[in-house]
Design a protein around this ligand. Structure first.
Ligand code: PLP
Length: 377
């Protein structure tokens, strides 16, 4: 079985982190058992083999989003990537949206004046046409919300922004989208794009920063140390992407991430079709029991569904779900500006993967009935 851990539980917290298929765990184990050495260090065969496998992983990950290998910087997480960009771009002004995760908000706030595209509660979506763009140097937004699942038409937005300001720098947060849609950085025409490995069946501690070559070349390094420098006295940095990868990298992690890419792409269309069916089933069942759903008012929503149960605290509900072996997320989802727009402290959130079943959703719905019985009497 590819996901042994799923036996006996209904895991509906995939937007937080997905479970790991056996092929990913095997890829990492094999690296440690058979091919392990530091990467980009030794000249002996074992080290060269480890480096080779590591760089092949970069090629797989680059191809996955239609980028060149030198445009792929490996880091710890999307969060680390946002901190890198916020600190090194040194933008005076940045535009984000109200539905961003804190990692695409707080780093910018430390270095720049941040403006926000507002959420329209009546529409259940962002007010993004027209994007209230006022010449900000950087515009950074998510491809898919981790709260409502709203999918933004990034290609169209980027086109409009570039017409208004050809030198605007566009950063995309693909953390949620990466496991639910094909991403093509050339077609999107974004300047930077970020995601974390653990939300797409890969290991924790792996993240990817894509950047157009000429921009990555201009960008100062974020971390300094081994393997990122040609001349430490003159401060001549290594070629791309190594100048942005200081210190020993997580070789096993990125081999695992590359295996996760292969796993996800295998019969991708069937996987996505199943997710869509489950998403529709979940939304219709939640409506049947009168849960207040955030968004899902049009077709541009992915399989992330937040809802509010009148009179029931999301944390209480998540605990009752746990009694039925249902795993969901409850709280503000690291998106307090979005919660403010909704006028709530937090929501309950069920998020789907293709490995879920209708029974998982039925158990969630049963938990709602049970919670109402316990709390409302
Ligand atoms: C939309 C979005 N962006 C960024 C992140 C940050 O990811 P990480 O914690 O892996 O850095 C998350 C995590 O939930 C997310 O949902």
């Amino acid at each position: 079985m590819n996901f042994e851990i799923l036996k006996g539980i209904s895991y509906l917290d995939n937007a937080s982190s997905t479970q790991k298929p056996k092929v990913v765990i095997d890829a990492m184990n094999n690296f440690y058992l058979k091919n392990y050495s530091n990467t980009h260090r030794g000249v002996y065969s074992l080290s060269e083999k480890a480096t080779d496998l590591f760089e092949k992983s970069r090629e797989t990950i680059a191809k996955f989003i239609n980028a060149k290998p030198e445009e792929i910087v490996f880091l710890r997480s999307a969060t680390e990537g946002f901190n890198h960009l916020a600190r090194t771009l040194k933008a005076k002004t940045v535009l984000v949206t109200q539905i961003e995760h804190h990692s695409n908000y707080l780093p910018w706030k430390q270095y720049s004046k941040v403006s926000v595209v507002s959420y329209n509660k009546d529409l259940g979506m962002l007010d993004y046409i027209p994007f209230n763009y006022n010449g900000e140097e950087v515009v950074s937004f998510t491809l898919m919300s981790n709260v409502s699942g709203e999918i933004l038409d990034a290609k169209k937005i980027i086109k409009e922004l570039r017409l208004k300001n050809p030198s605007v720098i566009i950063v995309l947060d693909a953390s949620q989208a990466v496991s639910h849609m094909k991403i093509d950085v050339l077609d999107l025409d974004c300047d930077f794009l970020l995601f974390s490995g653990h939300k797409m069946y890969g290991p924790t501690g792996t993240g990817v920063l894509f950047g157009k070559t000429h921009l990555l070349e201009k960008l100062d390094p974020f971390l300094f140390g081994g393997n990122m420098v040609k001349d430490s006295f003159e401060g001549v940095w290594a070629d791309l992407p190594q100048r942005h990868e200081a210190g020993t990298m997580d070789g096993a992690g990125f081999l695992g991430l590359s295996a996760a890419v292969d796993f996800l792409l295998d019969d991708f269309d069937s996987k996505m079709k199943k997710e869509k069916e489950l998403q529709n089933y979940l939304v219709s069942k939640l409506k049947e029991v009168n849960a207040r759903i955030v968004g899902h008012t049009a077709d541009n929503f992915g399989p992330v569904v937040s809802f509010i149960l009148e009179g029931i605290h999301p944390h209480d509900f998540a605990s009752i779900c746990d009694r039925h072996n249902v795993c969901i997320r409850a709280g503000h989802h690291c998106a307090q500006p979005f919660m403010k727009a909704l006028g709530v402290f937090g929501t309950s959130r069920a998020s789907i993967s293709f490995y879920n079943t209708k029974e998982d959703i039925d158990k969630l719905i049963f938990s709602i009935t049970d919670a109402r019985k316990i709390i409302n009497g």
